[in-house]
Design a protein around this ligand. Structure first.
Ligand code: ZN
Length: 138
């Protein structure tokens, strides 16, 4: 995984049964089985409040509302992570597509994908499932 050696916090490792007990069905399917919530159904795609989005599994702060933008795609979208050492990116060739998967470095949760069609300043669109996030309003 990229960036793993830069993260000083110890990784979190739990069994699938432990994750299942901690998470709701959709949160488990998204983060542990690399599922995708249906567009426009998640809790945060239309959230415009100021604050921090944390990993639903381990609580690690992953994205700031300051980098969130209206992509119109139906999922929370960000131009950048809060800290690049907090997320890992992997090649994903499933579903006959070439995409870049984004995961939480600390616990390995699947978060979503990053696409090269975002706005300035990064030109990136981190397209993240609401079900993988927990919003902490400022
Ligand atoms: Zn996590």
């Amino acid at each position: 995984m990229l960036n793993q050696d830069q993260n000083t916090k110890p990784p979190i490792s739990k069994t699938l049964a432990e994750w299942r007990a901690q998470l709701t069905e959709i949160q488990y399917v998204v983060t542990r089985e690399k599922g995708t919530e249906r567009a426009f159904t998640g809790e945060y795609w239309n959230c415009h409040d100021d604050g921090t989005y944390r990993c639903i599994c381990c609580g690690e702060p992953l994205f700031s509302a300051a980098s969130k933008f209206d992509s119109g795609c139906g999922w929370p979208s960000f131009t950048a992570p809060l800290d690049t050492s907090g997320i890992a990116e992997h090649d994903d060739t499933s579903h006959y597509m070439r995409r870049t998967e984004v995961t939480c470095v600390r616990c390995g949760a699947h978060l979503g994908h990053v696409f090269p069609d975002g706005p300035a300043p990064t030109g990136l669109r981190y397209c993240i499932n609401s079900a993988s996030l927990q919003f902490e309003k400022k």
